[in-house]
Write a protein that binds this ligand. Structure first.
Ligand code: 13P
Ligand code: SF4
Length: 296
């Protein structure tokens, strides 16, 4: 299947972008592997005619918004991030009325409609940088409450206003889970994704997006690491650094794992599930995404 996908890719001038939480066999057909920010940048840089996006829906949608003239295919329509639907435009508009001086920052894990009413987007890799780049004191930050709280902890001069969105995988991690892993592996450095709750984040040696975890390990002489995030990340880290040990704290994102090699092959062969975004929404959402890319 890997050989078949690789030759089809060449035949069709396609590239395959793969998020770090995908199944490990999907890594083998990736032209680029990374976090939300890294993959959005790759989507902008490519000359390929077709982009196959192996990640959840908002990632493929962002790639399409940034590349309106390219065909962006999503191998599994049902690979949807539940957090992205935890805030709707009406809620953002209500908050804007309540806080007229505030800027709206939407985490990329959001719908195109929400991005379209935002001043700027951010990812977990650049949320603090994006918010600190704004002159506004008040920031409406949606949908991830935990990431918003983390940004607040780093930028005490800002007022971060959040709603109740969260990631079911990261929000479920308990501080006791991390403490137990530390007891079992006292030499290990702890990396925590900022979608976790603040008490979990406080246990971290490094707060990292998934891509930043790779950079952190690369720059460290330590041999053992606890990765507090979706459990597939530990596989990715082991693949990159076979001589180091990784311990996963965190559950599975079942939506990410819905994509399989068979579905990717079928999707590319039949050019199935092309992403389309209403052009009037896409145009506004693109401004918010580009504003983020300029800051990053
Ligand atoms: P990253 O951008 O850190 O890869 O995070 C995406 C995501 O969905 C985390 O749950
Ligand atoms: Fe969404 Fe959480 Fe899955 Fe990331 S891990 S895609 S935030 S549900």
């Amino acid at each position: 299947m890997i050989d078949k996908i690789n030759s089809l890719k060449k035949e069709k001038n396609a590239i395959i972008l793969v998020h770090n939480y995908q199944r490990s066999e999907v890594y083998e057909i990736a032209d680029a592997l990374g976090d939300s920010l890294g993959l959005a940048k790759k989507a902008v840089d490519t000359d390929a005619k077709i982009i196959v996006f192996c990640g959840v829906d908002f990632m493929a949608e962002s790639a399409k918004i940034l590349n309106p003239d390219k065909k962006v295919l999503h191998p599994e329509k049902l690979s949807e991030c539940p957090m992205a639907n935890m805030v709707i435009v009406d809620q953002v508009m209500e908050m804007k009325k309540k806080y007229p001086e505030a800027a709206v920052v939407s985490y990329v894990n959001s719908t195109a409609d929400v991005k379209a009413v935002s001043d700027i987007c951010c990812t977990s890799a650049n949320a603090v940088k994006v918010v600190s780049s704004l002159s506004h004191k008040e920031i409406i930050f949606v949908p991830d409450k935990n990431l918003g709280n983390y940004v607040q902890s780093q930028l005490p001069d800002k007022k971060i206003i959040t709603l109740d969105g969260h990631c079911y995988v990261h929000d479920k991690v308990l501080v006791g889970d991390v403490k137990r892993a530390k007891e079992l592996h006292p030499q290990a450095k702890v990396m925590v994704h900022p979608e976790c709750k603040m008490d979990v984040i406080k246990e971290a040696d490094a707060v990292c997006s998934t891509g930043q975890m790779i950079t952190y390990v690369k720059g460290s002489s330590d041999k053992e690491f606890i990765a507090v995030t979706e459990c597939g990340m530990a596989n990715m880290l082991k693949r990159e650094f076979p001589d180091k040990e990784f311990y996963a704290v965190g559950g599975t994102c079942i939506q990410m794992k819905k994509i399989t090699l068979e579905k990717i092959y079928d999707c590319l062969l039949n050019e199935k599930n092309p992403i389309s975004v209403d052009p009037s929404i896409a145009e506004k959402a693109k401004k918010a995404l580009n504003a983020m890319l300029e800051v990053s």
